[in-house]
Every structure is written in structure tokens, then in C-alpha cells.
Design a protein around this ligand. Structure first.
Ligand SMILES: Cc1ncc(C[n+]2csc(CCOP(=O)(O)OP(=O)(O)O)c2C)c(N)n1
Ligand SMILES: [Mg+2]
Length: 343
């Protein structure tokens, strides 16, 4: 078949995206929400130990930027990025294994329940020290630049993380060297029980980018189409060697800091107000209106995800816990240090 000279442009809907893209985003939002809600429930049933850090309500801020990345692009997540992990392609079985701390988890049960990572899929395994992933992610962006690769890093953190000294050093360094990284601040208004107003004296967290010489923007983080488009533009800039961008996504976590936090430091009116801005309901309304999604299609999608979740739980709950000796493995990587002249 001869190659067509001009491809018909995909139809763009009111959100400025094609229906296919919006449906792809929506599918990841639903998968993330269903997995997250199920993990909360499993914790309450005592099916695993520790705690769980839900990101329900914040899905658009993680799914939106990640959707459409190349496999070789890197994500530097923190503890509330289940949506980025799922969208980058980490199988549910591994997500559950991480939370359950079983031997099939990538870190063999060593870390935090919500520190999803995958070397193969370019998801850096987070460290518990808040915002430390911004430093490591910036280093990865520097590696891409040295290697002259056309790849980017997405660096995620909460607004509380922007108070850490290392976070500022990382952004300063990225600005100086015009590194290919997009920083995504999930401003969910709270860092445990500390309100965002007690975290910074500047009006917007995105204003902090000015100090480092690159653009910063604050957007509605519950509008998945807007988040995807804004991040897409920043990713393009980064790929073209034009340097970093800081995107502050205004969003909200519906539940406590973790499942052991009743979050009674928040007003009920605040919670109700944000629940009305549910990112999934908004994307769904648009898709139902355009006819790309029907109630029947939605039901089959939910049933398909439900089955995947059930299978992942079954695998996890029959999997052994790790032996104590495992604590000594994988502490130092054999792949490093890599000398610069080996690139
Ligand atoms: C250096 C450091 N201080 C404190 C903690 C404990 N801690 C874990 S998450 C968190 C809140 C972080 O808030 P934010 O960055 O806004 O992310 P969010 O939890 O709201 O997603 C704190 C204080 C930590 N892990 N590391
Ligand atoms: Mg926060």
C-alpha cells in the first residue's frame, strides 16, 4: 500500500484533545482510582500490614503528564504517584506486591508501600526523604543531556517537598544547565497536617521557578486534558533542549495523609468542595457527551479492570514474604559507578 501523503487530522473535541487521547487518559484514571480504592479497602480488612497512602482525587495530575511518554523517558515519583506508575505501564501485580511487601515486589519488600519503581520501565524507585527524588531525577536529566538522548524526566513532588533545601538545589542546577526535565508539583493543599499557606510566603508555588530562570505555571490539576496538554508542551520544550518547566497542579487528596490519619485537621466543606471537582467525573462527562464512551463501554472497562485487580490480589496473597537475609541484597548497584568516558 502506498503511504498516504496527508494523514487526516484526528478530530479534536472541546478539550482540545482527540477523543482517542481523552479516552486513553480516562482509562488510566479509572484504573488508578479503582486500584487505589481497592488498596484502601484491603488495608481496612487487615489484608496487609503497615499503611497505605491514597491518591484518590489527584489522579489527573499524575496520569495527565505521564500518558504518551516514551518507554525510555524517566519518571521520578514520590509517594502519591500510583497514577504515574500505572500509566507508565507497571503491571497491577507489581503495584499490589509493593503494597503487600511480598517477594515479587521489585524492591523485595524493602521499602514504603507506595514507592512503586521499575528499572525496565524507567520509574525510579523513590526514597522516603521528601523531595529527594527531585535531586535524583535532575541527575537523570543531566545523564540524558550528556548522552545526547532525546529523552525527558518527569519529576513529581508535593507542595510540602518544595520546602526542602535539596529541591531548590536541584531546580537551580536544572535551570543553569537547561536540563530536559519537567517538574510537576502536586499541590494538594496539605503536607500531612500542615496547610500549604504555612509552607511558603509566595502566592503560587510555580513562582519559585522564576528564581531558577525557567517558566512556572499554575493550573487546574483536576482537568486531565489541561494537565496533559500543559505537560505535553513542557515535555516538547525539554526534548528540544529548551530546558525545564515547573507545573503546579492544584488538586486535593480526598482522604488522610495515609490510612492511619483521620485528617480531622481539615474542614468538611473543603473536602465537599473538592469532591465536586472529581477529575474522573469531568473527563467522563465529556466522553459521554461526544459519544466516544457509552454506559455499556464504561461497564465493560470497569469489569475488565476489576478482573485484573482480582488476579493481582490472588497472585500477591499466595506469594511468600521475603526472607530477612534479603535486606542485605541490592543495597549497592553493581552497574555503578559508570565513568563519564564510558557513555
Ligand atoms: C525530610 C522528610 N521530612 C518529613 C517526612 C515525613 N513526611 C512524609 S510525606 C510528608 C508530607 C509531604 O507533603 P507533600 O510534599 O505536600 O506531599 P503529599 O503528602 O501532600 O502528597 C512528610 C512530612 C519525610 N518523609 N521526609
Ligand atoms: Mg501536599
Amino acid at each position: 500500500m502506498p503511504v498516504k501523503k496527508t494523514e487526516a487530522k484526528p478530530k479534536v473535541n472541546k478539550t482540545g484533545l482527540s477523543d482517542d487521547t481523552l479516552l486513553g487518559l480516562y482509562t488510566n484514571l479509572v484504573k488508578t482510582r479503582m486500584t487505589d480504592e481497592r488498596l484502601r479497602k484491603l488495608f481496612r480488612q487487615g489484608r496487609y500490614a503497615g499503611t497505605y497512602f491514597s491518591a484518590v482525587g489527584q489522579e489527573a495530575t499524575t496520569v495527565g503528564p505521564t500518558y504518551g511518554l516514551f518507554k525510555e523517558d524517566i519518571i521520578a515519583p514520590s509517594h502519591r504517584e500510583i497514577g504515574a506508575a500505572i500509566t507508565k505501564g507497571i503491571p497491577l501485580e507489581q503495584i499490589f506486591a509493593q503494597v503487600y511487601a511480598r517477594s515479587n515486589s521489585p524492591d523485595k519488600g524493602k521499602s514504603h508501600p507506595c514507592h512503586y519503581g521499575s528499572r525496565e520501565l524507567g520509574v525510579i524507585h523513590p526514597s522516603s526523604t521528601v523531595a529527594s527524588q527531585s535531586i535524583i531525577g535532575t541527575g537523570c536529566a543531566m545523564a540524558f543531556q550528556i548522552q545526547k538522548k532525546n529523552n525527558v524526566v518527569l519529576g513529581f513532588f508535593g507542595e510540602g517537598g518544595t520546602s526542602r533545601g535539596g529541591w531548590h538545589e536541584a531546580l537551580n542546577f536544572a535551570g543553569i544547565h537547561k536540563l530536559p526535565i519537567v517538574y510537576i508539583c502536586q499541590n494538594n493543599l496539605w503536607a500531612e497536617s500542615v496547610p500549604s499557606t504555612r509552607q511558603s510566603a509566595v502566592e503560587k508555588f510555580s513562582d519559585r521557578a522564576k528564581a531558577y530562570g525557567f517558566p512556572g505555571i499554575t493550573i487546574d490539576g483536576n482537568d486531565v486534558a489541561l494537565v496533559h496538554k500543559t505537560a505535553g508542551e513542557a515535555i516538547e520544550r525539554a526534548r528540544n533542549g529548551e530546558g525545564p518547566t515547573l507545573i503546579e497542579c492544584l488538586t486535593y487528596r480526598w482522604y488522610g495523609h495515609s490510612e492511619i490519619d483521620p485528617a480531622d485537621y481539615r474542614r468538611q466543606e473543603e473536602i465537599d468542595e473538592w469532591m465536586k471537582k472529581d477529575p474522573i467525573a469531568r473527563a467522563e462527562a465529556q466522553l459521554l457527551k461526544s459519544g466516544k464512551l457509552t454506559t455499556h463501554k464504561r461497564e465493560s472497562l470497569v469489569a475488565e479492570i476489576e478482573q485484573e485487580i482480582e488476579e493481582a490480589i490472588k497472585v500477591c496473597e499466595t506469594m511468600k514474604y521475603v526472607e530477612p537475609e534479603e535486606a542485605y541484597n541490592d543495597v549497592y548497584s553493581t552497574a555503578f559507578p559508570v565513568r563519564r568516558d564510558e557513555y
